[in-house]
Design a protein around this ligand. Structure first.
Ligand code: SF4
Length: 352
C-alpha cells in the first residue's frame, strides 16, 4: 500500500509572527482575455489561501472566474488570449508568476495536481489505465515498466477500484464514469502532491456516485494531509467535505466563510440565492427557486455591485458604488473569524 507520512518532513512552515504559512496564497489576482467583443475581465482582484490539510471550496456559476483562477495557479492558462495583469500566486512562499516555465512545470508535475470534470477526455483512449497510471512513475521517478505497474495497481486499490489487479489492463472506456473519475484521482495522487485542485470533479456523475467520489476525495485529503481546492457550481456537494468556502461572482470573491456558517447564515444575497436554489425534500411539489437573470458578460460588467441587476435587495447605491469585501461581525460587533461579504447590506442579509 502507499504510505504517506508528511509529518516526517518536519514542522510546517511558519510566518515570522509564528502563524502557519498557507500552502497556497492567491493575492490580488487579475486575469483578462482579449476577445473580439473587447477585454473580458475574468478575474478581478481575487485573494484566497489554503493550508496543508485544509479544503477550500470555490463556488460560482460558469463565468464567475473560479476555473480561470485555478488555471492561473496551475500555470495552464491559455496565454494569449489570457493575460495575468496583476497579482501573486505564492506556493509554499514562492511566487509562481515569477518562475520560469520549467520551474512551474516541475511544481505542477510533482507538488500540485489537478482533477478535471471530464475523465473520459482527460484519459488517453488508446492506452490501458495501468499504462497511464504507471507513466507517472516511469516519467517522474524513472521506474521500470514492471515496478510502475505494481504501483499502478496499488493506486487503483487505494481509490477503491474493485479487482484492480485484473482491471489494470483495461482501457478507459471499459470503466463506468465514477470509476474513471477514481482513476483521475489516482493519477493526481500518484506523486503525493501537496495540493490538489479538483475542478467540478463530480459534475458529470449521478448523485449517488457524486457522493462516493466526494467522500473518497475527502478521505484521501485527510490521509495525505494535502491542501484541496474544490471548484464547483453546486453548493449541495461541498457541505460535508469543505472547511471553508469562497463564493465568486463576475471575477470577484463576494463572500467567504467557514462552510457551516455560510450554510446557516449567508451574508450576501447571491449566496442566499444559491442556497435557496438547492432542492429540499420539504419543498416537494413546489417550484424550485432560481436566481433571476444570467451572469454578466465579462466585457461589460455592470457598474457598482456586479450582481445588482439580479439582486432582490438592490438599492440605488448598489449600481453606483463597488462594495468592498466587508469584515462580517455579529450584531454586537463580535468578530466572525474568516467571514467577509462584498455587499453594502451584509448586515441586513446576515441578521435580517
Ligand atoms: Fe445586492 Fe446591493 Fe448587496 Fe450587491 S451590494 S448584493 S446589489 S444588496
Amino acid at each position: 500500500m502507499i504510505t504517506v507520512d508528511k509529518t516526517a518532513a518536519g514542522p510546517e512552515p511558519r510566518e515570522e509572527d509564528g502563524s502557519k504559512r498557507p500552502l497556497l496564497e492567491v493575492r490580488d489576482l487579475h486575469v483578462e482575455f482579449h476577445t473580439r467583443d473587447g477585454v473580458a475581465k475574468a478575474v478581478n482582484g481575487v485573494n484566497y489561501a489554503v493550508s496543508a490539510g485544509e479544503t477550500l471550496a470555490v463556488l460560482g456559476e460558469s463565468g464567475s472566474g473560479k476555473s480561470v483562477t485555478a488555471q492561473a495557479v496551475m500555470g495552464i492558462l491559455d496565454m494569449p488570449p489570457g493575460r495575468i495583469t496583476k497579482g501573486e500566486i505564492l506556493f509554499q512562499g514562492q511566487d509562481m508568476l515569477k518562475m520560469s516555465k520549467e520551474e512551474h512545470r516541475k511544481i505542477r508535475g510533482a507538488r500540485m495536481a489537478m482533477i478535471f470534470q471530464d475523465a473520459l477526455s482527460s484519459l488517453n483512449p488508446v492506452f490501458t489505465v495501468g499504462f497511464q497510471l504507471g507513466e507517472m512513475y516511469r516519467i517522474h521517478q524513472g521506474m521500470s515498466r514492471k515496478d510502475a505497474k505494481v504501483k499502478a495497481i496499488e493506486l487503483m486499490e487505494r481509490v477503491k477500484i474493485p479487482a484492480a489487479r485484473q482491471r489494470v489492463n483495461d482501457y478507459p472506456h471499459q470503466f463506468s464514469g465514477g470509476m474513471r473519475q477514481r482513476i483521475m484521482i489516482a493519477m493526481a495522487l500518484a506523486l503525493e502532491p501537496d495540493l490538489i485542485i479538483a475542478d467540478e470533479p463530480t459534475t458529470a456523475l449521478d448523485v449517488t456516485v457524486q457522493a462516493q467520489v466526494m467522500d473518497l476525495l475527502a478521505e484521501l485529503q485527510r490521509e495525505f494531509h494535502m491542501g484541496l481546492i474544490l471548484i464547483t457550481h453546486d453548493l449541495g456537494v461541498v457541505a460535508d467535505v469543505a472547511d471553508k468556502i469562497a463564493v465568486m461572482y463576475a471575477g470577484r470573491i463576494v463572500e467567504t466563510a467557514p462552510v457551516h456558517e455560510l450554510y446557516k447564515r449567508p451574508a450576501h444575497p447571491y449566496t442566499r440565492g444559491l442556497l435557496d436554489s438547492i432542492p429540499r425534500l420539504d419543498q416537494k411539489g413546489q417550484e424550485l427557486y432560481a436566481i433571476k437573470g444570467l451572469p454578466p458578460n465579462l466585457t461589460r460588467i455592470p457598474p457598482g455591485c456586479a450582481f445588482h441587476p439580479r439582486c432582490p435587495k438592490a438599492q440605488d447605491v448598489c449600481s453606483a458604488d463597488v462594495p468592498p469585501l466587508y469584515q462580517v461581525t455579529e450584531a454586537d460587533g463580535t468578530d466572525l473569524a474568516g467571514r467577509a461579504s462584498a455587499c453594502h447590506f451584509w448586515k441586513e442579509t446576515l441578521h435580517g
